[in-house]
Design a protein around this ligand. Structure first.
Ligand code: SF4
Ligand code: SF4
Length: 121
């Protein structure tokens, strides 16, 4: 007990090391990789991001031009952002907020004609 006394006193005198999350949110670091954003205007639904994703949380349907991310499985690793040939993926600095239900980001794009050069490659 006597050995612990200096540590106890030090902890009582210094600022607490934990926060009451989510009420107190820490300011993200400059290069923090947070929630994923897909720009439907740029995306061609090629599916490369889904193929590269280590947590398999992306689902891309080329035929119906849909893109889906199971947000609660995403690791924020940024591999999909680096792999995207159209640069349509970006990451917010903020992390996703806590939620009671599993949320999904769903993007519906324009279905392109087969002979459209902007279509699936
Ligand atoms: S890699 Fe980029 S362009 Fe291809 S489906 Fe994913 S987000 Fe869209
Ligand atoms: S950030 Fe990583 S885990 Fe999240 S969707 Fe992209 S590749 Fe998958």
């Amino acid at each position: 007990m006597f050995k612990m006394t200096p540590s106890i006193l030090k902890n009582l005198m210094t600022e607490k090391a934990t926060r009451l999350y989510p009420y107190e949110v820490r300011t993200p670091y400059d290069q923090a990789r947070g929630e994923l954003i897909n720009d439907a205007e740029k995306c061609n639904f090629c599916g490369i991001c889904a193929a590269k994703c280590p947590s398999q949380c992306l689902t891309v349907d080329k035929k119906n031009a849909t893109w889906e991310c199971a947000m609660f499985s995403c690791l924020f690793c940024g591999i999909c952002v680096e792999a995207c040939p159209k640069k349509s993926l970006t990451q917010k600095q903020a992390y996703r907020k806590p939620a009671r239900e599993k949320e999904v980001i769903f993007i519906q794009g324009e279905i392109k004609a087969k002979d459209d050069p902007e279509g699936c490659e």
